[in-house]
Design a protein around this ligand. Structure first.
Ligand code: ATP
Length: 288
């Protein structure tokens, strides 16, 4: 069983307040992109054996893929085990939901492997117990996410564009970004509702003009190089540029692959330390 776990970008991220359960109330438009980890899963007699192509992440109970597998096996009372091999390509702790994407891929893969026939809604409910971005990663495509990120409204028109992803060599913890936002009394923003309407119209230029992320100011203040990445991408053919999630990855939207590659090359020339990808946006997962 082989499953692809796609990265996401935030077209918008509004923080609407703190909740009693410790999470933040958010409104976001999320978009999946064709940058993915590949997960191979097979049945074994017992236990969860996780193998990664990188030493940068633990292959133990702390890994979100492992946690998703444990939760799935427990919920179904399954006594046999699974071997999971992850070929990681999505940068880690980068604002691209790589961990959540792996967890979502494990749930989808095990649902097939064990023929448990959970519906998309049931998988999403289970995914929300593992992480706020896991429901989106199960669905994929272009989606309005509210609540703590787990309430999904798919935007069927979707977004069709090329994306430059540029990751500076900085790790940003999501918890740090949100707590700094709270401490600095970050402004309440409202990019999301306008973005939803704009996506329905399908004008890429207008979509690009409405990108917004409440966490960008927080992470950018601590890491000004993010502003530099944004400017270089915009000055070299991109329609607009924004930080994704809690960062530090900066992305830019472009009309076609040639424009995206031009912006990516310009960025790499000035910032050879950046990890850069040029990928198209992608639609929803088939079982969504
Ligand atoms: P988000 O955009 O949802 O905030 P992110 O892209 O910033 O997420 P991830 O790559 O999902 O961050 O990683 C967040 C943390 O989760 C990392 O610090 C990492 O150690 C941990 N983690 C656990 N399992 C995984 C996994 N399979 N892949 C990536 N990170 C994982």
């Amino acid at each position: 069983m082989t499953v692809e776990a796609n990265a996401k970008i935030n077209l918008t991220l509004d923080i609407l307040g703190q909740r009693e359960d410790g999470y933040h109330e958010v409104a976001m438009v999320m978009q999946s992109v064709r940058l993915f980890d590949t997960l191979r899963m097979e049945l074994v007699s017992n236990g969860i054996a996780l193998h990664l192509n990188t030493a940068a992440l633990p292959a133990d109970e702390s890994n979100l893929a492992w946690r998703a597998a444990r939760r799935f096996l427990n919920v179904h009372g399954i006594r046999s085990g699974v071997r999971i091999e992850i070929e990681k390509r999505i940068p880690i702790a980068a604002g691209l939901a790589g961990g959540s994407a792996d967890a979502a891929a494990v749930l989808r893969g095990l649902n097939e492997l064990f023929a448990t026939q959970m519906t998309a809604t049931e998988l999403i409910r289970l995914g929300a117990e593992i992480g706020s971005d896991v429901p989106f990663c199960l669905r994929g495509g272009t989606v309005l996410a509210t609540g703590r990120g787990e309430i999904l409204t798919p935007l069927s028109c979707g977004l069709h564009a090329w994306v430059v992803l540029a990751r500076p060599p900085i790790e940003v913890s999501t918890a740090w970004a949100y707590s700094t936002f709270d401490r600095l009394h970050g402004l309440e923003t409202s990019w999301t509702s306008a973005m939803v309407e704009t996506i329905k119209k399908g004008d890429l230029k207008e979509i690009a003009a409405r990108l917004g992320n409440a966490l960008e100011a927080v992470t950018l203040k601590a890491h000004p190089v993010i502003g530099d990445y944004k400017n270089i991408l915009k000055e070299n053919g991109a329609l607009a540029s924004l930080m994704s999630g809690s960062g530090p990855t900066v992305y830019a939207l472009a009309r076609d692959k040639v424009m995206a590659e031009r912006a990516a090359a310009a960025l790499s020339a000035v910032h050879p330390e950046a990890v850069v990808f040029v990928v198209p946006t992608t639609g929803p997962k088939e079982n969504g």
